[in-house]
Design a protein around this ligand. Structure first.
Ligand code: ATP
Length: 588
């Protein structure tokens, strides 16, 4: 298949803001794609080569892309940089320079194929070690010199992680339903398959090759992470009980890191909340799963928590974050020991449990976990009244937990993969105080510091995620709560995300001194949410021309490395917090 077919489709998608049209273009592309490569087209359309849980990334910095464009076109890097400052888009700049080259030389190109482009990009991604930068550069420059200007635009955007077609997972599923599922009615089945495999390419290939029947019979696959079920939040125990039909199973909400363990005979793979493979960071957790899960094959979920082995006491999340490192794992393992608190079971010995009600899953979980000091099921209690729940909540806090999660015990309390729903409702300590709550926000920009902070940032510009439009809306400027160590570390960590202009997915009326690609998530404690003419979060929702802002934000010390930018607190959650705050204020 010619790569130009993809490039033309991308161009059409880019030219429209209407989701239906986007879906249609993509559906037509998927219809004509040979089934053997449909998975690759799906990954590429989202600017990837593999599903997210495969740890292979393109990793080309803007600088290297500039060098490649320079080499492919014979123009100097300075010229390219000058153009880039105007366009703010390395793809457009590459396209413009290739047009000039084409006009100058009238050269003939042998058309690039999708297979060839994918293979080269894959080689670029897998190249590592000494001399790898040079090799990546020459591979990319080689590809660009064979590409048409339009193809070059998208190749460069793909390798620099800035494709930005706005094709969300849900749009791919819509397009697949039209192209291969026999129509929109097949959408829910396809979505379920995606939610339990986290692999859109695999879902696409399955439906294209084997039809919808196979998708309907789709079950979880050992080795492919299931998208996590998430909890909603409410501000009072009374409301939670009402919402769950006056009874539920309350569980301690441990303050650690979520892990989904896939045990396949003598092999264990651990996935994080955002579906990264975290097995290398937690060999001890993998070993605990191996030893303490009786089933030969199983998928279970647990919270990894840092503990004091002498007292058995739980330690806070910050302690555990020392374990999030690539080097010195053995030292970190002995310095920061962990325990596992298992809370769900999704697969065991050939049976998919995702369609079973919660109590059935929990029963099976209790059956297969061999308990010890280091592996336990989460503390849980069936409750049907406010007083018992209050007491349970207090004991959770006393034991060092964040609060409780109340889980529906109804017959339809299935595992809702990939959804934040009302089957699970969390209740954390900070909701008790009227205007205090933590949120997880994305760093999208920074302002230079002065005086003592002259060599670092004075404040970070933080944004909430708007999943409806796939954009990041600013909500606050945060300059407090950072330790000296944080202040030194942040500019270094952020350097690789720095961009020369505001990222197209960031909506901001403020002009930051430095802009970042949305990637890093920080936990912030706010004192109050107010209407704001400056910040764009939930703009116009309460009042025309006003967004929402968090006042007196303070960094809690938690870098939420377990969250991707798209896992940040959403504009709707902030809106809801604002509404809860208003309600509390009017009642007090
Ligand atoms: P938070 O920042 O509050 O942890 P979140 O967006 O990461 O929120 P939620 O779905 O809102 O996730 O809350 C559930 C999270 O709580 C899970 O992802 C898991 O890591 C953690 N957790 C701790 N104890 C439990 C438990 N008993 N059952 C389910 N999840 C638990």
């Amino acid at each position: 298949m010619k790569f130009s077919q993809i490039a033309i489709c991308y161009m059409k998608i880019e030219a429209t803001t209407k989701r239906l049209e986007m879906t249609d273009y993509l559906a037509r592309l998927l219809e004509i794609t040979p089934t053997e490569i449909i998975d690759k087209i799906v990954y590429l359309t989202q600017g990837k080569l593999y599903p997210d849980f495969v740890n292979i990334e393109m990793g080309i910095a803007e600088k290297l892309a500039i060098q490649a464009v320079s080499r492919a076109t014979g123009k100097s890097e300075q010229e390219i940089l000058r153009d880039l400052a105007k366009t703010g888009d390395i793809g457009k700049t590459a396209q413009a320079f290739l047009i000039r080259k084409t006009q100058a030389t009238l050269f003939q190109v042998t058309p690039l194929t999708v297979e060839a482009v994918y293979e080269t990009l894959d080689t670029i991604a897998r190249t590592s070690g000494a001399g790898s930068l040079d090799k990546k550069l020459s591979l990319l420059a080689g590809l660009l010199s064979r590409a048409t200007p339009l193809e070059a635009k998208y190749i460069v955007r793909i390798v620099t992680g800035s494709l930005r077609l706005g094709i969300a997972d849900m749009t791919v599923l819509d397009a697949l339903a039209i192209a291969h599922g026999g129509g929109k009615e097949s959408r829910d089945d396809l979505e379920r398959a995606y939610n339990i495999s986290s692999d859109l390419g695999h879902v696409a290939k399955t439906v294209a090759e084997k039809g919808l029947g196979k998708i309907r019979r789709f079950t979880v696959i050992l080795g492919k992470p299931i998208r996590p079920m998430l909890a909603e939040r409410l501000g009072s125990i009374k409301e939670i009980l009402e919402k769950l039909g006056d009874k539920c199973m309350a569980e301690f909400k441990y303050d650690g890191e979520r892990m989904q363990a896939h045990k396949k005979e003598d092999h264990v793979t651990l996935f994080s909340r955002r579906l990264e493979n975290i097995t290398p960071q937690y060999p001890d957790a993998a070993e605990l799963v191996m030893k303490h899960i009786k089933a030969k094959n199983a998928i279970i979920e647990a919270e990894i928590v840092a503990i004091d082995v002498d007292t058995g006491e739980l330690k806070p999340f910050q302690e555990l974050m020392h374990r999030r490192r690539k080097h010195g794992v053995a030292e970190a393992m002995s310095e920061y020991p962990i325990a596992l608190f298992t809370f769900d079971l999704l697969f065991a010995d050939g049976k998919d449990y995702t369609q079973e009600p919660f109590l059935t899953r929990r029963r099976k979980l209790e059956e297969i976990v061999i308990k010890s000091d280091r592996v336990k099921n989460t503390r849980s209690l069936k409750v049907d009244n406010v007083e018992d729940m209050e007491r349970f909540f207090e004991s959770a806090i006393e034991k060092g937990c964040e609060g409780i999660i109340c889980k529906s015990t109804s017959d339809d309390s299935f595992y809702q993969a990939g959804a934040r729903g009302w089957m699970w409702i969390k209740y954390k300590r900070d909701y008790k105080s009227e205007m205090t709550d933590t949120v997880d926000l994305v760093v999208v920009g920074a302002f230079h510091g002065r005086g003592k902070r002259a060599r670092t940032y004075g404040a970070l510009l933080l944004a909430a995620y708007n999943p409806d439009r796939n954009v990041f809306e600013t909500v606050t400027k945060c300059g407090t709560g950072f330790t000296d160590e944080d202040l030194e570390k942040i500019p270094k960590t952020m350097r690789k995300h720095m961009t020369s202009t505001r990222n197209i997915r960031v909506e901001s009326t403020l002009k930051a001194d430095v802009w970042f690609k949305p990637a890093v998530v920080l936990e912030v404690l706010g004192a109050e949410i107010t209407l704001s003419p400056i910040h764009t979060c939930a703009m116009d929702s309460i009042r025309k021309g006003s967004g929402l802002a968090i006042r007196f934000p303070r960094f809690t010390g938690n870098f939420r490395v377990d969250k991707s930018a798209e896992d940040a607190t959403t504009h709707k959650e902030i809106l809801r917090m604002y509404q809860v705050q208003l309600k509390n204020l009017s009642q007090s």
